[in-house]
Design a protein around this ligand. Structure first.
Ligand SMILES: [Zn+2]
Length: 252
């Protein structure tokens, strides 16, 4: 498993940036030729709800992070990022209050998670704006963050259901239905706000980036799950993952 995980951590780095040093965009900090800022909305969006990103420190080092696309597409204060492995830490100003707020919901699968679209959108039945908590990291990181943060246990946990395949075509997703942070935040926010137009605007930087990368020779990756099912995935996979992804024999 360890080797396998490392490969997946390496992949985004390979695709992300050209090998030589270039000038960087002052906003997204990416080399100018692969900056996605032109895909951002002309005016920052101001939904009623807020997105609260709890980010694993290792996520900062990834080349193809998508959380900043959400940060820069929304009005200041509408997307807050707190970094750590546990939450809240003493320097996470205001986070404890957010986590205790009855209008706070978290995207995290637990036995009690409810489908996000069963919640009242803002304004319906007197629903106040939400704080949407997202754990930003790999799945094992997110799991560790959750278990290390008892204050998260009592937040209403929600899940996104019936989602499209990731548009993040230049990064191999570990399983079908695994979305980038931007996509997760965007779909969830659109549902909570009852505003599907938010999606079109918020996903544009990602589409912009993917289109650019594909035009410039990046390879479209199918998800790992898809490739294993198609028997085209060349690398040996771990036993646990193989078990998880095992395709049952077809009944004729
Ligand atoms: Zn930029």
């Amino acid at each position: 498993m360890a080797n396998d995980d490392m490969v997946w951590e390496e992949l985004p780095k390979i695709d992300a940036d050209p090998p030589r040093m270039r000038d960087k965009c002052i906003q997204c900090r990416r080399p100018i030729p692969v900056c996605w800022c032109l895909g951002l909305p002309n005016t920052r969006l101001s939904p009623n709800s807020r997105v609260i990103i709890l980010q694993h420190p290792a996520e900062v080092k990834r080349c193809l992070r998508t959380a900043p696309m959400l940060t820069y597409a929304l009005e200041p204060g509408k997307c807050l990022t707190f970094r750590g492995k546990k939450f809240p830490l003493p320097h996470h100003e205001g986070l404890a209050d957010i986590l205790k707020d009855p209008n706070t919901v978290m995207l995290y699968p637990t036995n009690d998670s409810v489908a996000l679209d069963t919640l009242d959108p803002v304004g319906i039945n007197g629903q106040k704006p939400y704080n949407l908590v997202i754990l930003d990291g790999t799945w094992p990181q997110a799991k560790a963050m959750f278990h290390g943060s008892p204050m998260l246990y009592s937040i209403r946990s929600c899940k996104l259901v019936g989602l499209p395949t990731s548009e993040y075509v230049i990064r191999t997703q570990p399983t079908e239905g695994c979305l980038s942070t931007l996509e997760t935040g965007t779909f969830a926010l659109s549902i909570l706000e009852g505003n599907s137009q938010l999606k079109d605007e918020l996903l544009r930087p990602l589409q912009y980036l993917c289109r650019f990368q594909l035009q410039n020779g990046a390879v479209t990756h199918q998800s790992k799950e898809w490739r294993i099912k198609q028997n085209t995935y060349p690398k040996l996979i771990g036993k646990r993952l193989a078990k998880q992804l095992r395709v049952l024999p077809e009944v004729s």
